[in-house]
Design a protein around this ligand. Structure first.
Ligand code: FES
Ligand code: FES
Length: 199
């Protein structure tokens, strides 16, 4: 079957029920998208399906035929980083880094739908992405910085001094939806929407 990923049609020879994550990583060798829980609970495998954040570990590849799939490799690179990726770098968001591509994919879907998110908008949109290292405060701050930078980059003054604000992010339409998994171990850092909201 053929799937369209990061703007390119790719032929994959797998059974229809193969999880999209396996196809992305094992067949197409795009390893930016990570395997965490394999159950739709952690967000490490988040990609966009027609602009909406989905969990690729629980998405059969046959269900995305005819749709636009975007992975972390498709939103920016070192030479041309997405505004969020630049903010992630500027604020040194990652710790171990394992969860961060999923975080960025959920964040980019959020900003595409809502270019000026409130704190609670951010918490709600990111609540399905778990970070074992507890980088939630920096993630939240980086999303706000990126949103400010996006707003600043598209504010245009017309000859009549009217201000026009446009959303320049085209690839996503909705925030991630997913369960928020449990924190494991007594010494685990504070996690989840509450931890994000507190900071
Ligand atoms: S690996 Fe897909 S949600 Fe955890
Ligand atoms: S940075 Fe380590 S799990 Fe998030």
């Amino acid at each position: 079957m053929k799937i369209k990923i990061n703007g390119t049609e790719r032929e994959v020879n797998v059974s229809p029920e193969t999880p999209l994550l396996w196809v992305i990583r094992e067949e197409l060798k795009m390893t930016g998208t990570k395997f965490g829980c394999g159950m739709g609970l952690c967000g490490a495998c988040t990609v966009h399906q027609n602009g909406v954040a989905i969990r690729s570990c629980i998405t059969p590849v046959s269900s995305v035929v005819g749709m636009e799939i975007t992975t972390i490799e498709g939103i920016g690179d070192e030479q041309n980083p997405h505004t969020l990726q630049q903010a992630w770098q500027d604020l040194n968001v990652p710790q171990c880094g394992y969860c961060q591509s999923g975080q960025l994919m959920s964040a980019s879907a959020l900003l595409a739908q809502n270019p000026n998110p409130s704190d609670s908008d951010i918490v709600n949109a990111m609540s399905g992405n778990i970070c074992r290292c507890g980088t939630y405060p920096r993630i939240k701050k980086a999303i706000k910085v990126a949103a400010e930078n996006l707003q600043a980059s598209v504010v245009e003054f017309s000859p009549t001094s009217q201000v026009t604000v446009q959303n320049p992010v085209q690839s996503s339409q909705a925030p991630a939806q997913g369960s928020y998994g449990p924190t494991q171990g007594p010494d685990a850092p504070a996690q989840g929407p509450d931890a994000l909201a507190q900071r």
